[in-house]
Ligand binder design. Sequence first.
Ligand SMILES: Cc1ncc(COP(=O)(O)O)c(C=O)c1O
Length: 385
Amino acid sequence: MSMNDHLAMAAATGGFTLDANPAYAPGPFPDAPGSLDRQVMQDAADEIGSWAGYAPTPLHDLPEVAAHLGVARVVFKDESPRFGLGSFKALGGAYAVARLARAAEESGGSITDVTVTTATDGNHGRSVAWGAARAGCTAKIYIHAHVSKAREEAMTAYGADVIRVNGNYEASLAACREDAAAHGWQIVSDTSWPGYADVPLMIMAGYTLMGREVVDQLGGTVPSHAMLPVGVGGLASGVIAPLWQAAGAGLGRMISVESHMSACMRDSLVAGTPTLVDITEETLMAGLSCGEVSTLAWHIMKPTVSHCITIGDEAVAPLMRWFHRRTPSIEAGECSTSGLAACLAAHADPAARQQLGFSPDSVVLLLGTEGATDPDFYQSIIEAA
Ligand SMILES: Cc1ncc(COP(=O)(O)O)c(C=O)c1O
């Protein structure tokens, strides 16, 4: 099958939904304390930029996709090499752990007494485990029934204790919260809820480095469209904030992309209030399988997301192969196909294409949020015909 056949197949098989956000009104960058303000973003950039092995991840041009969509540029931010962890998550959890360890030390405690804990689908837990190993504290990581053995092993490799819980992500989060309260552990969750915001804010601040790098790599400009994969919304907010800081009310169209099976941001934006989704089936895009938006992310995304797209799993495997087989080859894991799948599906539908406003001047940002974070699965997909 040729490259274009893979693209066409992904577009043809991937059913999608498109909704406009009724609250869309970006306005000037708020620079609000308690959210992703300039200082919080600068602190994260200064700290993470000083870590051994830090380097901006590549921003690849995909000229064949730009030609297919009829736009000026399609750029793909490739997080697969981030700190050797395989995903953007390396920026968030590890940064929060570093800050918590430093706070313990500054208040006269010992870092070795600090235990950090989280629930995870895999990538966030890997970052927390790596961060704990870097800082010298203990990590207890809760995973749910569907997290693969390979993802589990990637966390134990950093010395974390991994606890598998029956049920879905929400069940693993409940177990983590209960045990943390019983033992005095510090929760390093990538989602916030009322009364729990400081740590998720640090995690999102870590993610903002991705958006800052993109603005630099685009020569100080911002994309006209960004396709943002959403689980709880932390990643999307972390990318939106620096683009918003750079562009103000001229922020382009920020488009959330979710699985049909876990569209909590779409349901929340359409309803105008955070809305729970009961996940009854797991998407292959494991990182997007979340049923509840992060409160912090919600406040950033409500005014800035112009449209919400949901997609199925049909395009995941063909697009992983397409990324792998193009020249130069790109290692794109399951979640990394979501933005391209959404673009292709919307482009194939004239009404959707018009609503999204793709034009010959458009610059479209796609986020390759993970590489082969589950190497066996990745190999099995790219080796298939
Ligand atoms: C690879 C990948 N992409 C995207 C996401 C979505 O990020 P968030 O939950 O912050 O919206 C995740 C979350 O786990 C992920 O692991």
